[in-house]
Design a protein around this ligand. Structure first.
Ligand code: VGL
Ligand code: ZN
Length: 195
């Protein structure tokens, strides 16, 4: 069944950036081409219904405890201003862009960033934007199921939004086999709808 959109709904297009979505990207997620097609289909449906379309970008400094070379987990990716951080060129335009991870945080959630050394959490501005626009429900597509999609869905529920994840519009990194499936189970358990 297709997703319903209305003016109190926002479509969140999570991190469809070259480093995740382009085969030459440093953290390419397999199946990202399917995600781009699904994201564009949802963007068109959202626009038709007058729903807000928000795109997020992972936007890291050159040095951050998020990167393996600085003591973290990941290869260098989505450094702010670089090719890898740009939206994939096949992705249709969004209305608003939200940046996350800008201060050296992991920045998995589209809503909040936790500063790793201090544990302090601050907003990306997304919640404020959605409140200002009277949004009560979010529909989520993008990358990656087991990190940014998961944390965004959990934060959305925590903040009081209805949340729906479009299954053909997300793909996992799967550092460990099954991470994506486990993330979807966690998302559903928290109260989001999987569509
Ligand atoms: C993400 C790993 C590292 C994501 C971001 O967008 O899901 N994954 N940084
Ligand atoms: Zn990242």
């Amino acid at each position: 069944m297709s997703v319903r959109y209305d003016t109190r709904t926002a479509l969140l297009v999570v991190d469809v950036q070259n480093d995740f979505a382009h085969p030459d990207g440093s953290l390419y997620v397999k199946g990202a081409d399917t995600v781009i097609a699904a994201a564009n289909r949802e963007i068109a449906a959202a626009r038709e219904a007058g729903a807000l379309v928000v795109g997020t970008r992972d936007w890291h400094p050159e040095t951050t405890p998020h990167f393996a070379k600085d003591g973290g987990t990941w290869p260098v990716h989505c450094v702010g201003g670089t090719w890898g951080a740009q939206f994939h060129e096949d992705l249709d335009p969004v209305d608003h862009v939200i940046h996350k991870g800008t201060g050296g945080e992991d920045g998995y959630s589209a809503f909040s960033m936790t500063h790793l050394p201090t544990g302090e959490t601050r907003s990306t501005g997304l919640h404020e934007l959605l409140q200002e626009k009277g949004i009560e429900r979010v529909v989520i597509v993008g990358l990656a199921t087991d990190y940014c999609v998961k944390e965004t869905a959990l934060d959305a529920i925590r903040l009081g939004y209805e949340a729906e994840v479009v299954l053909d519009g997300v793909r996992p990194v799967d550092l460990e086999p099954g991470d994506g499936e486990r993330a979807l189970a966690t998302i559903a358990e928290a109260g989001a709808t999987l569509r």
